[in-house]
Design a protein around this ligand. Structure first.
Ligand SMILES: C[S@@+](CC[C@H](N)C(=O)[O-])C[C@H]1O[C@@H](n2cnc3c(N)ncnc32)[C@H](O)[C@@H]1O
Length: 135
């Protein structure tokens, strides 16, 4: 239920010690009168070096599953834009049938199921809730 990958991308950025918003093109404070572009360029450059190093250094790996191929395409694009696509594998899959990636002994499952109110109905959500509790 990874959708467009927000949770995975943020987790991967944390694991790689990437500064939040490191890929962001512009910030409101750049319009301030006393903004110093040279200082900011240096800060950004350092943050980008740290991000690239962090991605190479971290042992953490992430898997995202969703049963909608369209959102997975968006998720892959988002991960690439955020610079963490090497750390995340997105796969088409049903949440109730997901198995553990073989190369890891331990991990944490995080899921963001359909909310009901916005994306479906309460009875329609029950099978997801039950399968997640049981498995
Ligand atoms: C609330 S959205 C997730 C939003 C996500 N956090 C994001 O950043 O976009 C729920 C997702 O669950 C997916 N989904 C619903 N039923 C599923 C199932 N049985 N197996 C896998 N994914 C499922 C939907 O396609 C949808 O993308």
């Amino acid at each position: 239920m990874c959708g467009s990958g927000t949770l995975l991308i943020e987790a991967a950025m944390l694991a790689a010690n990437m500064a939040p918003g490191v890929k962001r093109k512009s910030w409101c404070f750049e319009a301030l009168e006393d903004f110093e572009p040279e200082v900011w360029a240096e800060v950004k450059s350092e943050a980008n070096v740290q991000a690239r190093r962090g991605v190479k250094k971290t042992d953490s790996r992430f898997w995202g599953f969703d049963n909608d191929p369209k959102v997975l395409r968006t998720a892959r694009e988002n991960a690439k834009r955020a610079g963490v696509d090497d750390l995340i594998t997105f796969e088409l899959g049903d949440a109730s049938k997901v198995t553990k990636p073989v190369e890891f002994e331990e991990g944490v499952i995080v899921c963001n199921p359909p909310y009901g109110e916005r994306l479906g109905t309460e009875p329609g959500l029950l099978p997801y809730t039950l399968s997640l509790v049981i498995s």
